[in-house]
Design a protein around this ligand. Structure first.
Ligand code: NAD
Ligand code: LMR
Length: 356
């Protein structure tokens, strides 16, 4: 969906997209990818930093159809930024420094996310929302709770962006198995340390036996802690930005293609709200039952979980619970560990908005 110079591009299907936190390390390259997308007709850049005006000016010289506008609290604010948006991508907030956990970001980022969620609920209540701000395991519940308070929550259209975990899993497995097809590895659970559960066996099948236990462990560990690798390499100057912008555009493209009906059977992993039964999200009941069985915890109240989902014009059409039916023993163990931490992560976001 990248523009070329042909003059007969059919732009009858196009959307208005807002990036909140557009002047930041992720916001800038992500906005560049959106400006290059011929199905974006308007790109609305919002940030509390006045630097966003320069980012918008810079992007506006690119010869693609998207019309770029910029907004700050002093220049139109959230009402102008969000008015009429079909999609909102949120990389606003502080990133980690060496020695910090994603959870350490909650104090600052939860407030930022709550404020932005209120704006979305007010000015573009039916928009599809992609949450990048960390800690994703807690910020997505902040968005959901604010939307619920405002009566605008739609579990099919709120996503925590966990694509970077799948991108990493694919990259790292190719270092040892270069002939594998790309883009198949599912990563489930959450987006933080041992809540991240790569499902290598589902793709590798019998080929998994060609990897030693140590090799598999090393790949799983590197996917779970890949973020720390970047933070160390950047030496205090931030966390992943370019690979994240790549991952976010990859996920956005999947969701957008489905939304516009350009392609069908689009599948990607994302962190979703699982509170509602099958009527809201097909496959959610089965997901919860299988996780309860795998963890040996029949009372586990799984309110959020990252899963591969099938997307359609209205967002998620179906949760691919079947991917949990044939896990190997390592993966079952990882799901158990994930489910020990994840509920406290999502409860933190829920409690923040409910004022506990
Ligand atoms: P950054 O500091 O470079 O950029 C953040 C931007 O948000 C800044 O321009 C800042 O001015 C803006 N901002 C702050 N408060 C705001 C508000 N109230 N409204 C609008 N904009 C606001 O940080 P970054 O490297 O771009 O990372 C952004 C977030 O994304 C961090 O929380 C980081 O941990 C997270 N992240 C998530 C993933 C993921 O896989 N989901 C990957 C990488 C980073
Ligand atoms: C990542 O996985 O790279 C991001 O979540 C940023 C971080 O804090 O590690």
């Amino acid at each position: 969906m990248t523009a070329n110079n042909s003059t007969d591009q059919k732009l009858d299907k196009a959307v208005r997209v807002a990036v909140l936190g557009a002047a930041g390390g992720i916001g800038q390259p992500l906005s560049l990818t959106l400006k290059m997308n011929i199905h974006v007709k308007e790109l609305s850049l919002y940030d509390v930093s006045p630097h966003v005006s320069g980012v918008a000016a810079d992007l506006s010289h690119i010869d693609t159809p998207a019309k770029v506008s910029w907004h700050t609290p002093d220049n139109g604010g959230l009402p102008a930024a969000l008015d009429g948006c079909d999609f909102v991508l949120v990389p606003a907030g502080v990133p980690r420094k060496p020695g910090m956990s994603r959870d350490d970001l909650f104090k600052i980022n939860a407030g930022i996310c709550a404020e932005l969620a209120s704006g979305i609920a007010q000015y573009c209540p039916t928009a599809t929302v992609l949450v990048i701000s960390n800690p994703v395991n807690s910020t997505v519940p902040v968005f959901a709770e604010v939307f619920k308070k405002n009566g605008t929550f739609n579990p099919r259209k709120l996503f925590g962006v966990t694509t970077l975990d799948s991108v990493r899993a694919d990259t790292f497995i190719h270092e040892v198995m270069p002939d594998l097809n790309w883009g198949l590895i599912k990563v489930i659970g959450g987006h933080s340390g041992d809540t991240i559960v790569p499902l290598l066996s589902t793709v590798l099948g019998q080929d998994i036996k060609s990897l030693s236990h140590m090799q598999l462990h090393a790949i799983n560990h590197r996917v779970q802690y890949g973020g720390d690798e970047i933070i160390q390499a950047k030496k205090g100057l931030g966390s992943s930005t370019l690979s994240m912008a790549y991952a976010a555009q990859k996920f956005f493209t999947t969701v957008l293609s489905s939304y516009l009906g350009l392609t069908d059977k689009n599948i990607a992993c994302t962190f979703i709200n699982t509170e509602f039964d099958n009527e809201a999200l097909d496959g959610v009941n089965e997901l919860k039952q299988i996780v309860r069985k795998l963890t040996g915890r029949p009372d586990l109240d799984l309110k959020y979980f990252a899963m591969p989902c099938v997307f359609g014009p209205n967002g998620i059409e179906r949760v691919q619970y079947e991917c949990l039916e044939h896990l190997d023993s390592t993966e079952v163990e990882m799901v158990k560990v994930c489910c020990e931490t994840l509920p406290s992560n999502y409860s933190k976001g829920i409690d923040f908005v409910r004022g506990k």
